[in-house]
Design a binder for this molecule. Structure first.
Ligand code: ATP
Length: 329
């Protein structure tokens, strides 16, 4: 059984639907990426799953973690799940670190809360965690304040705090976006290593397919509040099928060639208040036909590879796939 099972998750704010029925499974120890441009619904998916959206949000569907249903569950049940089994890290460490408290103390508090550790044992474990995430001279630097560390080190400290509860699932929401490329690569290496060593499952949210591939086994590509393609990372890389996924690949910065973005996708993600009638990506898609503008493709299982929602998927080398997902009428 999947450790996390999301079914038909929908979210609306003030009557505007922003998530349109997300299905996603994550097995124990698996790392799954959620990829897509800003505004596609990556963060809202997890904030909804963990009961962290503002009260005005209307959430429906099902989110089970280790068999426990969280949508509609009592607040205490959701809070217990969040504290004990699931940890989150965000783009901006300063949102999670207290600027006026020594970092070691902050980790100790987390250890006391989640694992009941106190005194010297808690202190020793805090130092071990700082060491584990690569803070040099952890025993002495545990007594410093957050502003005495670099941005990358603060991100490492936040990861140490997240690990303090020994989570079964770590949700990392754009954890490297604010960092420069070298530090970003180090943090990605760290997350991949921690996942191997601890066996925890991970959700890695990013607009950057390259970053996702460094950490994840599988990824779901989101567009305008829906999953449009999901597959193993190796298959997504070797043969992306949805034109949007192909566009994300083309937009990965080619650092070796010393260039920035290669070929950004033209246009912008549609406003959830004014979604196109047919495929939401059609206005930006050079494969779109009249049919695509009038009909919305469902996410459907495929004979080979993961599910896909496209009437005109791309095959290897840009050639059309032999069997379209749904033969346009
Ligand atoms: N509290 C809120 N109230 C109203 N609309 C919201 C709220 N939070 C998110 N949204 C809307 O929900 C949609 C999905 O947002 P979400 O933050 O999940 O996107 P994202 O893919 O994670 O993008 P980013 O990478 O910028 O975080 C967007 O249209 C956003 O404006």
């Amino acid at each position: 059984m999947a450790f996390v099972s999301i079914r038909d998750l929908r979210v609306a704010f003030d009557g505007v639907q922003v998530l349109h029925g997300i299905d996603l499974d994550i097995r124990h120890g698996e790392a799954v990426g959620l990829v897509g441009e800003s505004g596609c619904g990556k963060s809202v998916t997890w904030l909804a799953a963990l009961g962290l959206l503002p009260g005005k949000a209307r959430v429906s569907g099902s989110v089970r973690i280790d068999g426990q249903e969280l949508i509609g569950a009592p607040r205490r049940t959701v809070e217990r799940m969040r504290g004990a089994r699931v940890a989150m890290i965000f783009q901006d460490p300063s949102s999670s670190l207290n600027p006026v408290q020594r970092v070691g103390r902050q980790i100790v508090e987390s250890l006391t809360l989640h694992r009941g550790l106190r005194g010297a044992a808690a202190r020793a474990e805090a130092v071990r965690l700082l060491d584990l995430v690569g803070i040099p001279s952890a025993a002495t630097r545990a007594d410093l304040y957050p502003h005495e560390f670099s941005g990358g080190q603060c991100q490492r400290i936040m990861i140490a705090m997240a690990l303090a509860g020994e989570p079964d699932l770590l949700i990392a929401d754009e954890p490297t976006t604010a960092l420069d490329a070298t530090i970003q690569a180090q943090i990605l290496d760290l997350l991949a290593r921690l996942r191997r060593e601890t066996g925890m499952a991970m959700v890695f949210i990013s607009h950057d397919l390259g970053a996702v591939s460094a950490v994840c086994d599988r990824a779901a590509v989101m567009y305008a509040g829906r999953v449009v393609e999901a597959d193993r990372i190796d298959r997504l890389f070797s043969a992306p099928r949805h034109p949007y996924t192909c566009g994300l690949f083309d937009a990965i910065p080619d650092l070796d060639a010393g260039r920035g973005r290669l070929r950004p996708i033209q246009g912008v993600v549609p406003d959830p208040k004014a979604l196109p009638v047919g495929c939401a990506f059609a206005p930006r898609c050079d494969r779109a036909t009249d049919f695509c503008h009038r009909h919305r493709p469902e996410l459907k299982p495929q004979a080979t590879g993961g599910p896909l929602a496209c009437f005109h998927p791309v095959g290897r080398d840009g050639a059309p796939l032999h069997a379209p997902v749904e033969e346009p009428a």
